[in-house]
Design a binder for this molecule. Structure first.
Ligand code: SAM
Ligand code: DTB
Ligand code: SF4
Length: 341
């Protein structure tokens, strides 16, 4: 029998999934999904940009690259207390994970101790922590693990081949190196990419194949639909067909059955029906809160309403965090508690 978790997918195999009739593909993805997850639970993360803009990298999709004039307001590293205030707010609103992003090539020796304090502070609130700070050395990765970081986000973004046309200031291999450090330090990996950047179907298939053939499947796989940013080289790129996007979610679900697949950037432009189809195709995580890093995300009450209409509930946080609440004899807030705020 074919093992459930595979790391040896061929291009042809992935392509034949991608090419299935839409109903067959979504049915297969939903069947796989049900074997591994509660089909009505969606994990909820909130994002915060802790250092914004003036990034030395030249990612052609990004509002924060210093190479393009995107009229973004730049901000240096936020104070730890301010970050913790935002995390508290996210928790009150029902998020179970707090993701902090910085526009760096890599964290500097000066900034790094503050970042460690942020991890410790957010964890102490009983939330899962996630960071995305660019490339990491082995030492930095180990220090983050020690501070209690749960997830590190580091995307491969697209196929190896197309990567070169999107980013010139670092390589696909550099990304794989940091991912290896993160995995080796025992931090969970969040790794995915962006579609709708003018890539071809073969690039999308190669991208999913690369993710599925990593030594271990990333625990979290964000699939972002490009948010077009004025001033970047991709500002006028053609939209990706919506069914192609749903196919990406479905194939990711089939290739990586135990991973959370995140319906990530781009939800602001999607209607409820499109998002419902993404959940049906196996997406089971979202970013929640009115802002992603620099661009808008759906309003919180719209997401709550969508969850209620679909009978979806937010996924429970891990046992370890629940235990800490029990020790404090307090009830962890639920997503729907936030509705009465
Ligand atoms: N600077 C760090 C890095 O690149 O690793 C972390 C932050 S970066 C903004 C995180 C990810 O967000 C990128 O890898 C990319 O996949 C996604 N992203 C950035 N800008 C986007 C956009 N305009 N539309 C969709 N996704 C985007
Ligand atoms: C990921 O894959 N998507 C998030 C997160 N990882 C850090 C970021 C999306 C950013 C969308 C554009 C913006 O808001 O600047
Ligand atoms: Fe910098 Fe990350 Fe944006 Fe690239 S994606 S320009 S590394 S913030």
């Amino acid at each position: 029998m074919t093992p459930v978790i595979r790391h040896d997918w061929t291009f042809e195999e992935v392509r034949s999934l991608y090419d299935l009739p839409f109903n067959d593909l979504v049915f297969q993805a939903q069947s796989v999904h049900r074997q591994h997850f509660d089909p009505n639970a969606v994990q909820v993360s909130t994002l915060l940009s802790i250092k914004t803009g003036a990034c030395p990298e030249d990612c052609k999709y990004c509002s924060q690259s210093g190479h393009y004039n995107t009229e973004l307001e730049k901000e240096k590293l936020m104070a730890v207390e301010k970050v913790l205030d935002e995390a508290r707010r996210a928790k009150e609103n029902g998020a179970s994970r707090f993701c902090m992003g910085a526009a760096w090539k890599h964290p500097s020796a000066k900034d790094f101790p503050h970042v460690l304090e942020m991890v410790k502070g957010v964890r102490a609130m009983g939330m899962e922590t996630c960071m995305t700070l660019g490339a990491l050395s082995v030492e930095q990765t180990e220090a983050l693990a020690e501070a209690g970081l749960d997830y590190y986000n580091h995307n491969i973004d697209t196929s190896r081949d197309y990567y070169k046309t999107i980013i010139s200031t670092r390589s696909f291999e550099d990304r794989l190196d940091t991912l290896a450090h993160v995995r080796d330090a025992g931090i969970k990996v969040c790794c995915g990419g962006i579609v709708g950047m003018g890539e071809g179907m073969n690039d999308r298939i190669e991208f999913l194949k690369e993710l599925a053939n990593l030594p271990k499947h990333p625990e979290s796989v964000p699939i972002n639909n490009l948010v077009k940013i004025k001033g970047t080289p991709l500002e006028d790129v053609d939209d990706l067909d919506e069914f192609e996007f749903i196919r990406m979610i479905a194939v990711a679900r089939i290739l990586m059955p135990e991973s959370h697949v995140r319906l990530s950037a781009g939800r602001e432009e999607m209607n409820d029906q499109m998002q419902a189809l993404c959940f049906l195709a196996g997406a089971n995580s979202i970013f929640y809160g009115e802002k992603l890093l620099t661009t808008p995300n759906p309003e919180e009450h719209d997401d709550m309403r969508l969850f209620q209409r679909l009978g979806i509930h937010p996924e429970e946080i891990e046992l370890e965090e629940k235990l800490s609440h029990e020790l404090l004899r307090e009830e962890p807030p639920t997503f729907y508690d936030a509705m009465s705020h």
